[in-house]
Design a protein. Structure first.
Length: 228
């Protein structure tokens, strides 16, 4: 006769955060009702929920392609460096007998502007690149926060990671990770601070909904800064 385990959302939230054996030990210590828990039962529950394993329990990719041989880049000489930026990438590639990818990487390392940007100070080109990267990072942050807010609102309404993941077309692990990223932002002092428990456990639904509003306002402010 098999052992019947009454799993709770709090117990399910632990799955995949460590190896199955470690999770089984933790459940045995922290939950009296789990006195019959075993590594096998943890593994079966994790797989039933579609949660990726951790460490040695992580699934190995099937049919993986063999690694490509490492390409060794010949060292650059001062004479070659002097030619960089003096013409188009195609022309410099022919002169140096190097692929354009190596040339672009070397020019970036040395802060050399492309031939089309000659006359523009190198510091200005670097500053423009940094500003563009900041904008891309800001857009990615806003996207991640809003994805996490969708998960948080679903959790506040009683949905599980598995149900939300199925609805959004992602894995339960991805849903949980997006939720945790969202909570780390929501617990900043400028937002909800200590209203979010550090272990992310037993968060009241009204606190989660309040966090969704705070993060959405934060995203709107970031977008307003971009417009200004």
């Amino acid at each position: 006769m098999g052992v019947k385990i009454n799993w709770t959302p709090e117990m399910d939230a632990l799955l995949g955060q460590d190896e199955d054996r470690a999770i089984a030990d933790r459940l045995y210590r922290e939950y009296p009702a789990m006195r019959w828990i075993s590594t096998k039962l943890v593994q079966e529950r994790r797989k039933a929920l579609g949660i990726e394993g951790c460490g040695r329990n992580r699934s190995k990719p099937t049919g993986s392609k063999p690694r490509k041989p490492t390409v060794v880049t010949p060292p650059w000489t001062p004479e070659e460096d002097a030619i960089l930026g003096t013409g188009s990438l195609a022309k410099v590639s022919v002169r140096l007998s190097r692929p354009t990818s190596q040339i672009q990487k070397r020019m970036k390392e040395l802060g050399i502007a492309h031939f089309a940007q000659r006359g523009t100070p190198r510091s200005s080109v670097k500053l423009q690149a940094e500003e563009a990267q900041k904008e891309r990072n800001k857009v990615r942050l806003i996207q991640r926060m809003r994805k996490g807010a969708v998960i948080a609102e679903g959790v506040a309404n009683g949905y599980t990671y598995t149900a939300l993941a199925k609805e959004l077309g992602i894995s339960p692990t991805a849903a949980r990770n997006q939720f945790f990223v969202f909570l780390r932002v929501a617990m900043l002092p400028s937002m909800l601070g200590e209203e979010i428990p550090r272990d992310f456990k037993n968060i009241p639904s009204h606190v989660l909904k309040k966090a969704v509003c705070c993060v959405e306002n934060y995203c709107l402010n970031l977008e307003m800064e971009e417009v200004e």
